[in-house]
Design a protein around this ligand. Structure first.
Ligand SMILES: Nc1ncnc2c1ncn2[C@@H]1O[C@H](COP(=O)(O)OP(=O)(O)OP(=O)(O)O)[C@@H](O)[C@H]1O
Ligand SMILES: [Mg+2]
Length: 245
């Protein structure tokens, strides 16, 4: 088993009377690709925000390696998010005034890499995501699928330990969304990056190694994804979720 790199214990997040997270324990392992599924309002985005240090839990702790993220100051958590994590959201994340390669180079420029080196690395990542031809275009001149590939390149350019994606293909048509998700899951695997991706699409989950289903702020099912022609026989079902799949 790979090394554990992100751990949540007893995570609780409450909004008024809503238990967005009602006590979640979770371990994510190095290089693992995890799909988070579950109904609308079940707490998926809240879990992603708490694990990535965007939100502090009301109770419980999040650890990245030996660092307890949930205890860090806002400034330290924000620095950690920039260096250790990458994010891809549904849309609207690229800076419209910048070209694709400038958008991808941006996180490197922030961390002090020279402009020439940052643009070179950005172009290499655009190539890996299959959009090198878009390097000098601005987001408004690209298709939705191309823009999301650029956003993925930007999220990976600083080699994060964990890539968090919240419905990254939610605004794309199904065929384009599947293409982008295949590129995302394959690139994460090649790069050894831990991937946490929220999706409503069972097909997307099938390109991951593990599927976690959230219901009412709790983990309802957690198991290996059964790939066609494989019998991994290593499921860790919880409650009635055991009979699913
Ligand atoms: N900032 C907030 N203020 C108040 N309630 C919130 C806030 N954020 C989330 N909630 C509530 O917490 C619950 C979980 O929300 P969350 O966004 O995590 O759901 P989700 O599983 O991501 O849903 P979706 O699939 O629709 O994105 C919901 O009932 C939601 O209304
Ligand atoms: Mg959500």
């Amino acid at each position: 088993m790979n090394e554990m790199n992100l751990r949540g214990r007893g995570l609780v997040k409450t909004y008024g009377t809503v238990h967005a997270l009602a006590g979640v324990d979770i371990d994510l392992f190095q290089g693992e690709r995890v799909a988070i599924m579950g109904p609308s309002g079940s707490g998926k985005s809240t879990l992603l925000h708490v694990l990535s240090g965007i939100l502090r839990p009301d109770q419980g702790a999040v650890q990245l390696g030996s660092t307890t993220i949930s205890e860090l100051s806002d400034a330290k958590r924000s620095k950690l998010r920039r260096t250790a994590f990458g994010f891809v959201f549904q849309d609207g994340q690229l800076v419209p005034e910048l070209t694709a390669r400038e958008n991808v180079a941006f996180p490197l420029l922030l961390s002090g890499v020279t402009r020439g080196q940052a643009l070179k690395t950005a172009e290499m990542w655009l190539g890996r995501l299959g959009v090198e031809s878009q390097a000098r275009k601005r987001p408004g001149e690209m298709s939705g699928g191309q823009a999301q590939r650029v956003a993925i390149a930007r999220a990976l350019v600083h080699d994060p330990a964990v890539l968090f994606a919240d419905e990254p293909t939610g605004a794309l048509d199904q065929a384009t969304g599947h293409e982008v998700m295949q590129v995302l899951t394959t690139t994460a695997k090649m790069n050894g990056t831990t991937l946490v991706v929220i999706t409503h699409d069972a097909k997307v989950a099938s390109w991951c190694d593990r599927m976690i289903e959230i219901r009412d702020g709790l983990i309802h099912y957690d198991g290996r994804v059964q790939h066609e022609g494989q019998n991994l026989g290593e499921r860790h079902g919880l409650g009635e979720g055991q009979d699913q799949q």
